[in-house]
Design a protein. Structure first.
Lengths: 247, 72
């Protein structure tokens, strides 16, 4: 039921188009960043800088594997925005906006990772949701506590944005592939299929984590890099876009 | 009860969206919508009847492990 409600809200946003999703994201992303700054500030007393040592001792193969994992999730997932770019009003600002967005995302994720390491230390390896666990440590004079709910709200709001964008991109992509008049009629069937996939996908959390850590970095690059490169190669061979043709 | 809710929800969805596409004579849109609607309906009925469905991610994991071999 929760999945259906969540999917329903995302479907509503996708129905109204990318502008509504973008304007919602403007508010929610700012709230998410403020939450990160707030929780990080309140966790200052819990910081243990010794947790950062020993630094730069990770073997190169392990480092590359970890780097590839971070590239596959979350950064290469931004490939979904390729579906959104053709509908932008001011395309000349595209490169600057994408670079700025990626840099800001990297900065926030770096801040969150560092905060979690200095707060949680070696126990970080055994925790499924480190940010949530770190926020549980906040206790200012035993008055300001239980701020992990803010992290949970962040998970939900950012999950909503991601779901709405994915729903929009998948319906737009299907509509373009079949040359349909509108993508809107596909939103509800796609949303139902997404909910079914969410219900039947994994039988438990460890299975989900194993898939994300071991299979996803191998499986996803085909879609994140392979298909876009193949499309680019086909466009180059067919010399698209043709001169004089509209974009 | 769950099965009844699924059938009512899908009938409403089919009537509201399918009929609109039929009236507009958007046959291609209707065909794609119908195919997705049909797949979603069948899967939803199977879930409502508590039939165990094949797990897609397990199949993907097996495929990837078969291709990559024992290096994972």
């Amino acid at each position: 039921m929760i999945l259906l409600l969540f999917g329903g809200v995302a479907a509503h946003a996708a129905w109204h188009g990318i502008e509504v999703i973008g304007r919602t994201a403007e508010l929610l992303v700012i709230a998410a960043i403020l939450t990160v700054i707030l929780t990080t500030s309140l966790l200052f007393p819990e910081f243990n800088m010794d947790n950062l040592r020993p630094a730069l001792t990770t073997p190169l193969p392990e480092l590359l594997r970890a780097g590839h994992g971070v590239a596959a999730f979350p950064f290469a997932e931004t490939v979904v925005f390729l579906f959104v770019f053709p509908y932008l009003n001011r395309k000349q600002k595209l490169r600057r906006s994408v670079s700025l967005g990626l840099a800001l995302a990297a900065l926030v994720l770096l801040l969150v990772s560092l905060r979690n390491i200095v707060v949680l230390g070696p126990t970080l390896r055994n925790i499924t949701y480190p940010s949530f666990q770190a926020a549980r440590q906040i206790s200012i004079a035993e008055i300001i506590t239980r701020l992990e709910v803010l992290v949970a709200i962040n998970f939900l709001s950012m999950g909503f944005i991601k779901l709405a964008v994915l729903l929009y991109a998948s319906t737009i992509g299907t509509a373009q592939a079949f040359k349909l008049h509108s993508y809107k009629h596909l939103i509800l069937p796609f949303m139902i299929l997404m909910v079914i996939l969410a219900i039947t996908g994994f039988s438990n959390l460890p299975e989900n984590i194993e898939f994300a850590q071991e299979i996803w970095p191998v499986y996803a690059p085909f879609f994140q890099v392979g298909i876009p490169l193949l499309t680019l190669a086909v466009a180059a061979i067919r010399k698209l876009p043709k001169r004089g043709a509209s974009e | 009860m769950m099965l009844l809710l699924v059938v009512i929800a899908f009938t409403l969805l089919g009537l509201l969206q399918g009929l609109a596409l039929f009236r507009q004579r958007h046959w291609r849109d209707l065909a794609v919508f119908g195919a997705l609607w049909g797949v979603a309906l069948v899967l939803s009925i199977l879930i409502a009847l508590q039939v165990p469905l094949p797990r897609l991610f397990v199949a993907i994991s097996r495929l990837v492990r078969t291709i990559i071999g024992g290096s994972l």
